[in-house]
Design a protein around this ligand. Structure first.
Ligand code: FES
Ligand SMILES: [Fe+2]
Length: 438
């Protein structure tokens, strides 16, 4: 199997019941110092309030996080709000058709300005009606002295990037600069899908009874994918195999897979889209991974036998059998781009033991529900997959909270879980100034 993971050295400790569980209650600094490469994280990473607060303050507030599809705010004045711990951010399309982001805090006496999502002409504070333009400038404040300078009280800006229709924000004063390098690599891959002009067919928020990292770790491997019959029916069962893994029995299947991969490469070449895969999950601050996968059967989309789920192709894609472009971004998102639709995912932490998974399905703006696609059929695979994963995450949260839990070794096919965890632990070590001791 494809892997970048070095198998963990076998432990000299005897098997259970001799293995001792780490004593709970370690500080975050102790936890990140002794994190052992190739092994899952200690339980406190998923239960401790201190770690949770660091996750919010460091991981989610100092890095670029994916918060919305640009298609959720197609017109000037359309907005969504995003909660990051106690902070709230307004993401709005302004009058110049650009996407802007502001702290959702009034510059007068601090009231929350907007809730949830919707449309506004201006941003008007519900308390004393201070009124802000969509570019954040203060337009109007009643009963101020003549010396009052409105230009000093614009809404405070938040860094925002629109990466080919995917909106990322960063709450830090200085956002990680390598986002632009990553955007340069990723953007050409996304252009055929024209996500900025797509239509949101559905959005579902799934509450998870698990720490946000468990949701991400679960997404980063397909070791458990036998539990996803709907999802794996669209993929070749050997999609992560290297040639040396192919036994004579698998050879016909491998030949079919190779043929499909070659055909997909040819289609992407015809469309002028880059073909290269990229794996940079833990080698840079804006960690990411991008893979092109052919689909099995009809090779078109996430339905039984790889059938299409929308008759109108997304964006400027010319061929329904355009494979699956899979993109993972640290710390909180993953994406699948297909010939007929795209499905984008974000995970937000809500407490040490809970999080929310948001899934958004995007189609061509002219695709009509009931004509070009059936909404239930469009969403079947990922609704089922998310729910199956929800149970796995719930069980793992419970198990990791058990005093007997001891971190276990990642398999050869969990290299991307290791990539996620390495990236995460590095962020905390940098913040805390802690060296690895394990
Ligand atoms: S707190 Fe917003 S106008 Fe007073
Ligand atoms: Fe899964």
């Amino acid at each position: 199997m494809t892997t970048q993971l070095t198998p963990p050295a076998s432990t000299s400790a005897p098997a259970s019941p001799g293995v001792e569980a780490p004593a709970p209650g370690a500080s975050a600094a102790e936890l990140v110092a002794r994190r052992r490469k190739g092994y899952s994280l200690e339980g406190d990473f998923y239960t401790s309030q201190e770690v949770y607060d660091l996750d919010v303050d460091v991981v989610f507030s100092k890095n670029w996080i994916f918060v919305a599809a640009a298609a959720e705010i197609p017109e000037a004045g359309d907005f969504v709000t995003v909660d990051v711990g106690k902070a709230s951010v307004i993401v709005v399309r302004d009058d110049d058709d650009e996407i802007a982001a502001f702290h959702n805090v009034c510059r007068h006496r601090g009231s929350r300005l907007l809730e949830d999502k919707g449309f506004v002409g201006n941003i008007v504070c519900p308390y004393h009606r201070w009124t802000y333009a969509l570019d954040g400038s203060l337009l109007h404040a009643e009963s101020q002295p003549p010396t009052f300078d409105k230009t000093c009280f614009s809404l405070r800006k938040v860094h925002v990037r629109n990466l080919a229709g995917l909106v990322f924000i960063c709450l830090a004063p200085e956002a990680p600069a390598d986002f632009d390098e990553v955007a340069k690599i990723v953007e050409p891959h996304l252009l055929p899908y024209q996500l900025d002009k797509a239509k949101v067919a559905r959005q579902v928020d799934l509450p998870e009874a698990g720490n946000w990292k468990l949701v991400m770790e679960n997404n980063r491997e397909c070791y458990h994918c036998d539990g996803h019959p709907e999802l794996i029916s669209a993929y070749f069962p050997i999609f992560a195999y290297d040639e040396e893994d192919i036994t004579p029995r698998l050879k016909p299947l491998y030949d079919r897979y190779t043929k499909a991969a070659d055909a997909l490469a040819e289609k992407r070449r015809e469309q002028g889209t880059p073909l290269a895969d990229h794996m940079q999950l833990d080698t840079r601050q804006v960690g990411f991974q991008l893979t092109h996968l052919p689909l099995d059967g009809e090779g078109k989309s996430f339905a039984a036998n790889g059938a299409a789920v929308c008759s109108k192709l997304i964006g400027e894609v010319k061929d329904a059998a355009f494979g699956d472009l899979s993109l993972h971004m640290q710390p909180n998102s993953w994406f699948h781009f297909l010939g007929d639709h795209a499905v984008v995912f974000s995970v937000m932490p809500t407490s040490p033991s809970t999080s929310v998974l948001r899934t958004t399905w995007l189609v061509h703006p002219d695709a009509e529900e009931g004509v070009d696609y059936d909404l239930e059929a469009l969403c079947t695979v990922w609704n089922a997959t998310n729910d199956q994963d929800r149970v796995l995450v719930t069980n793992t949260q419970i198990g990791c909270s058990d005093p007997s839990y001891v971190p276990g070794p990642y398999s050869m096919v969990e290299d991307q879980v290791e990539g996620f965890v390495n990236w995460y632990v590095t962020r905390l070590r940098e913040h805390l100034g802690v060296e690895a001791t394990a």
